[in-house]
Design a protein around this ligand. Structure first.
Ligand SMILES: CNC(=O)c1cccc(C)c1Nc1nc(N2CCN(c3ccccc3Cl)CC2)nc(N2CSC[C@H]2C(=O)NC)n1
Length: 183
């Protein structure tokens, strides 16, 4: 199982690389890695297991964060209506997005960042994501709210982008143009 020892921290060059497309169909090893990432999120959100293995809770993780520079992400997050988004995706890409922006009122955290970085992270309010799931099916997801934020945070990792790259350097809490706060 993955633990925090497997998670690389900011400063590691892999977090600034552009991750490679996964050649489909994925190899057994790539499928196993994606399964491990999905299991990590589940374990991190299960109090007894998180406590036992000292896991930091997360709702998303990208392969570069475990030093695998491949375009793979896992998400386990709920939206405001309690709908659970439980996905492992190969080669996720944002195929369309709203003009409107949104941001987490409380800012964002990252498993690879062991410090609080205050400030609003402007994201697209609504996105359409295409990718291939762990069974090899093409998925087409229309996302908004917290899940949309999480998918954008994880897809950023595949392009070497960290959440704080988006925070306004002059006024971290400047409300982004044409945006809605979440949470
Ligand atoms: C600096 N302020 C903050 O961190 C922050 C502070 C307050 C609120 C929010 C909303 C904040 N922001 C933020 N909170 C989260 N969690 C909320 C708690 N939760 C969780 C915790 C315990 C059990 C189960 C679970 Cl589910 C785990 C996930 N996650 C992310 N991100 C950014 S997108 C990827 C995602 C991620 O997984 N990060 C590790 N941001």
């Amino acid at each position: 199982m993955l633990t925090m020892n497997d998670v690389v921290k900011e400063g590691h060059p892999v977090l600034r690389e552009k991750a490679l497309e996964v050649k489909l169909p994925p190899s057994t090893e790539e499928i196993d890695t994606l399964k491990k990432m999905m299991d990590f999120l589940k374990n991190s959100q299960t109090p007894e297991i998180a406590e036992k293995y000292d896991l930091r809770p997360g709702v998303g993780i990208a392969a570069p964060q475990i030093n695998v520079s491949k375009r793979m992400i896992a998400v386990l997050a709920e939206d405001s209506k309690g709908k659970v988004y439980d996905f492992g995706l190969f080669n996720p890409r944002i195929v369309s997005h709203s003009v409107e922006k949104s941001y987490l009122q409380s800012g964002e955290g990252c498993l690879s960042v062991d410090r609080a970085v205050p400030g609003y992270v402007p994201r697209y309010a609504r996105i359409t994501v295409k990718g291939t799931d762990i069974e090899g099916n093409e998925v087409n997801l229309r996302l908004r709210g917290f899940p949309a934020i999480v998918f954008q945070h994880e897809i950023d990792h595949l392009n070497g982008v960290m959440f704080y790259d988006h925070i306004d350097k002059v006024d971290p809490f400047k409300v982004p143009e044409n945006s809605t706060a979440i949470g």
